[in-house]
Design a protein around this ligand. Structure first.
Ligand code: HEM
Length: 511
């Protein structure tokens, strides 16, 4: 068995060498330059880099030696890494359609009806329809009473924390349950009880899908096809979680179809069903859309992506915010005073108040900058031969925008590793400084949920900081701020006490 695996591995590596030469070793077309690249290992290329846990930081280190853009080789795939705001903007905004693709992936196809996914799907005619539909359905939902829903959730969370008394809290689960409730209410019109078993199952299941899909036992299947034939317990677990996820979404869509009224669009599912029905009525021929039909699978996957995107990302940013604010109690106090001054002792925060709460708004941007939850975005792929900063980049190259590096770029941010929300308020052009934070990506693939995420982070932090000081369990025992790098940048688990401002203990947990 071992010998045959070795033999297959060797065959696969030989295929990799044969296939795998950078399509433009010399100067590219029109005299363009060849991208710098660290010396590759024989046979393996730069594959061993992928073992690094802190890949965004490692990519930043490499950029100090090889420049802000360089080329690596993983398996049979050329990968170009971009490490500055300027380069990421040039690729994703200026040349957006050249860089709007996603790499073909066996494992992504397995969990998305053969690639009918919004976030992982390639830049095709069907994908454009899917993205436009998801965008308009989400925007519609944002306009209808969303502010009230999020504010209510934030108040509910404060009540929950009050009810825990002085017991310590692991905030990440609570945040994630609340963001999941919000997106499920927007998508399916159901505000689940946090303790509802069906809700608990779907909440766990979407977390499992992300976790398993990004585990090494699964990602290896993309690089080494022969391993797909071998037994794989992680793959079995992934497919079981995907089956649970799909059964839940299908059930919700069936309920919606049975009760659908075109005159009363209740939520995102209704918006999408409406679109599909109208499209069928117009008898749009498959040929008109490039030979393929826009079917219910695309709606199903768009909903899955909104669900996944809408849960852990925002919850993770909120968890990071609590961790950093525990290290900076003086910032908590200043935000509390800012809110007292603007809102008085009684009035609840509204989203329009954010312009009058510059320190709170700056703290949110500083958190997004320092701890981008998707530090390497989602890999892009070039849709045609193109160039970047004078370097030739062939069609089909995988492009990784290192958002973490852009947010830590020393030429743009002074002392970039420091938590200093004031940098946004002191900037010559504060609006531009907020826009320079690239944590939501940019261009054709920019995060669809940015407005929702910002609104959620604002309401949850505003309500929490208005009620409580965030204190460590034991004075001085503060959360680790290094984090766990993976597909997402998560904080390590920590516990916090939420102590009402009216209670004593002001001097606890100082830096
Ligand atoms: C703090 C919160 C969030 C952050 C930092 C974040 C960040 C990102 C990033 C970096 C990308 C990839 C961009 C690229 O490929 O260049 C992305 C894509 C995406 N996000 Fe978010 N996100 C957040 C919240 C949300 C929410 C709340 C939703 C949904 C309601 C959402 C839905 C999506 C979707 C659907 C995509 C795929 C877009 C595409 O491929 O066209 N995200 N997000």
């Amino acid at each position: 068995m071992f010998c045959s695996v070795l033999f297959l591995l060797l065959l696969s590596l030989l295929a990799f060498i044969a296939k795998g030469r950078w399509k433009c070793q010399g100067p590219g077309p029109c005299g363009s330059k060849t991208l710098p690249s660290p010396r590759p290992l024989p046979l393996l290329g730069h594959l061993l880099e992928l073992r690094r846990k802190d890949l965004p930081v490692r990519f930043m280190e490499l950029s100090r030696r090889y420049g802000p853009v360089y080329r690596l080789r993983f398996g049979t795939q050329d990968v170009v890494v971009l490490n500055t705001t300027e380069l990421i903007r040039e690729a994703l905004i200026k040349k957006w359609s050249d860089f709007a693709g996603r790499p073909q992936s066996y494992t992504a196809d397995l969990i998305s009806f053969g690639g009918k996914d919004l976030s992982l799907g390639n830049y095709t005619a069907m994908w454009k329809i899917q993205r436009r539909l998801a965008h308009s359905s989400l925007q519609r939902s944002l306009r209808t009473n969303l502010e009230a829903l999020i504010s209510q959730e934030a108040q509910q969370l404060c009540q929950d924390f009050l009810s825990y008394g002085s017991s310590p809290v692991d905030v990440s689960k609570d945040f994630s349950l609340h963001t999941c409730r919000i997106i499920s209410s927007m998508t399916f019109g159901v505000l689940f009880d946090k303790k509802d078993p069906e809700f608990q199952v779907i909440h766990k299941c979407i977390g499992d899908v992300v976790q398993l899909w990004s585990s090494p036992n699964i990602t290896v299947l993309d690089s080494f096809p022969f391993l797909r034939k071998l037994p794989n317990a992680s793959l079995d677990a992934l497919m079981q979680a995907v089956a649970r996820r799909d059964a839940f979404v299908k059930h919700q869509l069936e309920i919606h179809k049975e009760t659908f009224q075109p005159s009363e669009i209740r939520d995102i599912s209704d918006s999408m069903i409406h679109f599909l029905q109208e499209r069928k009525q117009q008898e749009q021929t498959p040929a008109a859309a490039g030979g393929e039909e826009f079917d219910e699978d695309y709606i199903h996957m768009a909903i899955v992506d909104l669900f996944i995107g809408g849960t852990e990302t925002t919850a993770s940013t909120l968890t990071w915010s609590v961790a950093y604010l525990m290290h900076h109690p003086q910032v908590q106090e200043r935000i509390y005073s800012e809110m007292l001054e603007v809102l008085g002792p009684e009035r609840l925060p509204e989203y329009s108040d954010r312009v009058h709460l510059p320190l709170l708004w700056a703290t949110i941007s500083e958190m997004l900058r320092l701890r981008p939850v998707a530090p390497l975005a989602v890999p892009h792929a070039t849709t045609r031969d193109t160039s970047l900063s004078g370097y030739f980049i062939p069609k089909g190259t995988v492009v990784i925008p290192n958002l973490y590096a852009a947010n830590h770029d020393e030429t743009k941010w002074k002392n970039p590793t420091q938590f200093r929300p004031e940098r946004f308020m002191e900037a010559e052009d504060p609006k531009q400084a907020h826009r320079d934070v690239l944590s939501f990506g940019a261009g054709a693939r920019v995060c669809l949920g940015e407005s929702l995420a910002r609104m959620e982070i604002f309401f949850f932090l505003a309500h929490l900081l208005r009620h409580f000081r965030f204190l460590p369990l034991v004075p001085g025992q503060l959360p680790d701020l290094c984090g766990i790098f993976g597909i997402n940048l998560r904080s390590k688990p920590f516990q916090v006490r939420f102590v009402p401002w009216t209670e004593p203990g002001k001097d606890e947990g100082q830096e």
